[in-house]
Design a protein around this ligand. Sequence first.
Ligand code: CTP
Ligand code: MG
Length: 233
Amino acid sequence: MAARTVAVVLAGGVGERMGAGRPKQLIEVGGRPILAHAVGAFDAHPGVDEVVVVMAAGHLRDAAAIAAPFSKTAAVIEGGDTRTASTVAALRVLDGRPDDVRVLFHDAARPFVDRPVIDRVLAALDDHEAVAVGVPSSDTIVVVADGVVASMPPRETLSRFQTPQGFRLGTIRKAYELALADPALRATDDCGIVHRYLPDVPIRVVEGSERNLKVTQPLDAVVAEHLATEVNS
Ligand code: CTP
Ligand code: MG
């Protein structure tokens, strides 16, 4: 049997920068909670078998109600204080599954992830253990130290990471095992964990989409509402 594919939708954050008084993934855009858009994208993808939702403590009932109508919802669990802790909680649900299971970690705050992006991640997982989604930066990005420019990496070498990030389960499990044993572990994204703790594993970068924005600040909610209307029309 082909390896199963599990999408983990990370909704364990509280959306401090959005300041909406409740987690931003519960805000509606285009008439549906942001979380419903994210879960729906994976539920609708024929290559995804199961969806696991990781929700912020105190909001599990809301998440369960949003996820219940989707037939691939396998679990709705409580996350941790950091994104890393939420990812680890999801990995615990997958304890005992074979190493070749494909797992995709997606920010619930990205409601407009689309089928072509998920397709590219799944295709790349056929011959890579770790896959990231990136878009070119239109702004110049520089390294600043003490208020002055320390270095200017050439723009064409830079990529802004989005999600989903995809892994073979055995690889991401191993990377987190090493990370959790490191007292100096600092929170980063899941590819960051692989890059740091399994430096020999190449992380393939596939093309993302400008629409796959992360709703982070109040302005993003305005843009998301506009995109939701476009997507639905
Ligand atoms: N996330 C999570 N568990 C956490 C923190 C974040 O699952 N403890 C998730 C968020 O719900 C979000 C994604 O990781 O879907 C990206 O995080 P971010 O945009 O930073 O969301 P928040 O942490 O909710 O926002 P803020 O940092 O402004 O509080
Ligand atoms: Mg955060």
